[in-house]
Design a binder for this molecule. Structure first.
Ligand SMILES: CC(=O)N[C@H]1[C@@H](OP(=O)(O)OP(=O)(O)OC[C@H]2O[C@@H](n3ccc(=O)[nH]c3=O)[C@H](O)[C@@H]2O)O[C@H](CO)[C@@H](O)[C@@H]1O[C@H](C)C(=O)N[C@@H](C)C(=O)N[C@H](CCC(=O)O)C(=O)O
Ligand SMILES: Nc1ncnc2c1ncn2[C@@H]1O[C@H](COP(=O)(O)OP(=O)(O)OP(=O)(O)O)[C@@H](O)[C@H]1O
Ligand SMILES: N[C@H](CCC[C@H](N)C(=O)O)C(=O)O
Ligand SMILES: [Mg+2]
Length: 476
């Protein structure tokens, strides 16, 4: 705290970072955002009855009935106060965070399913949804802001949860959303190209992820992917227990790929042969991470593998869509980064029959990292027999501008394979019409999402539903 004006004792009814939510008795935190500066809204929060204002800079005119506290970093102060206000729920839970470019939702969701099957009450905080046991609480972010996060953890604790599995996005680390939490463990999946619009450089992105491991206490485990180049970096100077998993070399948890087939992965894990329902080498890594974390949390390795072998992945992650009306296999996948798209297309190449053609529908989100657009289009064109470039969530950008940037990445020799159709429904329809019996249509980028966001408006759109509709149409 740098300075304080006003009374020292006050009863607080709630915390908020948004002046529009401020009411009598609330504490309003003025945050410097990316679009606007919360300090501008201090008068509005006071007008709405906020009892306390926490800010990096105080206004010249101070209201006599309000307490003003000046701090060096409002976001950090908010996170610490939120943990305190909600009674530090993280200290009474086994809280495990998963970070990395890809695989967070898969690992967190499957850990939640696993621990439910093992008989625990547990919470989940993920991109797809938050959960208390099977009760679903909609999610707006991969990692909620510190106030919502601590509030959810407190609810989970009250509901009897012993374990909580959560995704830790790089935005969350930088914005102090997880500051003040006590983790029992941290998992690193991998680090590849994404979010460079926000972090500026790959190095800054790496540092953001590393920030999570640096805050782990001595009692926590830090479990990293030894086969991913930045993996070992995550463990540098970590005070917690340093653990790793690998498919290739020495590590705490070792796996060996025996078969990657259409019916699932066959792996040897710590000397035990297991058949899993998930497909793709990338999922072998996810499974090893989940297994390792469960063992580090004290579970029996054989029991963990037995339960894990029967589990399916998170919604919209390599999810098959089939119809009795046509002999085309649809796959809906949330691949929205170059690495994810390459992995998914490589997985399809590994498991398909030579006669099966692959038709890929893909777009890139607006108001997000533009540098990944030409790369994703190139990968779609090179690794598929046909590709239909389309819109993802254009947000506030012109869909045609995004598509022009994507087209720029298609190699000249692949141009003949590529169609561009801005309307996602039409794009899926065209891909299905191009497919011959036996072929595979991959619809990438939106996975579980049930909307398409255009100019701030979310219209209903579900890749799985549209694919099914198109299959039915073709089958008529
Ligand atoms: C880029 C980013 O992370 N933005 C987040 C950030 O918003 P911001 O910095 O843009 O906020 P701002 O609009 O500039 O406003 C600044 C402050 O003024 C306040 N304000 C604003 C208007 C007003 O009338 N009154 C008022 O008090 C705002 O509440 C805010 O506290 O802080 C907000 C409050 O926590 C978040 O909702 C918002 O997430 C936006 C919606 C978002 O799209 N975030 C994405 C990029 C994100 O966080 N993604 C990651 C996952 C990424 C991954 O896949 O790895 C995630 O964890 O979800
Ligand atoms: N371990 C992995 N390595 C590389 N790619 C992966 C891995 N796991 C999943 N993927 C791919 O990335 C996509 C997103 O996976 P998932 O949702 O689990 O990641 P995430 O890290 O939660 O993503 P987000 O940052 O958007 O929340 C999947 O649909 C799949 O294509
Ligand atoms: N967590 C990612 C999700 C991207 C999903 C994709 N469908 C898009 O809208 O760009 C992000 O916020 O960048
Ligand atoms: Mg996620």
């Amino acid at each position: 705290m740098l300075a304080q004006h006003g009374a020292t004792d006050v009863s607080v009814s709630g915390l908020t970072l948004d002046s529009r939510q401020a009411g009598p008795g609330t504490v309003f935190f003025a945050l410097r955002g990316t679009a606007t500066d919360g300090h501008q809204f201090i008068p509005k929060a006071v007008e709405q009855g906020a009892a306390v204002i926490i800010a990096e800079e105080l206004p010249a005119d101070l209201a006599s009935t309000t307490i003003y506290v000046q701090v060096a970093d409002s976001a950090e102060a908010m996170a610490r106060m939120a943990a305190e206000f909600y009674g530090h729920p993280s200290r009474k839970l086994q809280l495990v965070g998963v970070t990395g470019t890809n695989g967070k939702t898969t690992c967190a969701t499957m850990l939640h399913k696993l621990f439910r099957e093992l008989g625990y009450h547990c919470g989940l905080l993920s991109t797809v949804q938050n959960q208390i046991d099977e009760q679903v609480i909609p999610a707006t972010h991969t990692t909620p802001d510190a106030i919502r996060l601590n509030e959810l953890l407190a609810r989970m604790l009250k509901a009897g949860c012993t374990h909580v599995f959560m995704e830790v996005s790089s935005h969350a680390v930088v914005q102090h959303r997880i500051t003040g939490l006590q983790f029992a463990g941290g998992i690193f999946t991998n680090l590849t190209h994404d979010h460079l619009d926000y972090h500026g450089t790959f190095d800054a992105y790496l540092k953001a992820k590393k920030g999570f491991f640096d805050m782990l206490p001595k009692t926590a485990f830090a479990l990293t992917n030894a086969d991913d180049k930045p993996g070992p970096v995550m463990l540098q100077n970590v005070v917690g227990r340093r653990e790793s998993y690998s498919l290739r070399g020495t590590a705490t948890f070792r796996g060996k790929l025996l078969e990657n087939a259409v019916h699932g992965l066959h792996l040897e894990v710590d000397g035990q042969e297991v058949q899993f329902r998930l497909i793709g080498v990338f999922n072998a890594y996810n499974l090893l991470a989940i297994y390792g974390a469960a063992v580090l949390l004290g579970e029996d390795s054989t029991e963990v593998l037995t339960v894990l072998s029967g589990l399916t992945s998170a919604p919209g992650r390599f999810e098959p869509v089939v119809s009795s009306k046509v002999r085309i296999t649809g796959i809906v996948d949330y691949a929205h980064t170059p690495d994810a798209l390459e992995n998914v297309l490589q997985t399809i190449a590994d498991i398909r029959q030579p006669s099966q053609q692959v038709i890929t529908v893909v777009g890139c989100g607006g108001n997000r990292d533009g540098a990944k657009r030409p790369i994703m289009a190139r990968l779609a064109a090179q690794l598929s027999n046909r590709a239909v470039l389309t819109s993802d969530n254009p947000r506030f950008e012109d869909p045609n501008d995004i598509l022009t940037q994507m087209q720029g990445g298609v190699p000249v020799e692949d141009l003949g394979k590529v169609l561009t159709i801005a309307d996602r429904r039409e794009a899926i329809k065209t891909a299905v019409a191009l497919a011959q019996p036996g072929d595979i249509v991959l619809v990438a980028g939106k996975g579980h999402e049930t909307y398409q966001e255009v100019k701030g408006v979310r219209a209903e759109f579900d890749d799985k539903q549209v694919l099914t509709e198109m299959f039915d149409l073709l089958g008529k």
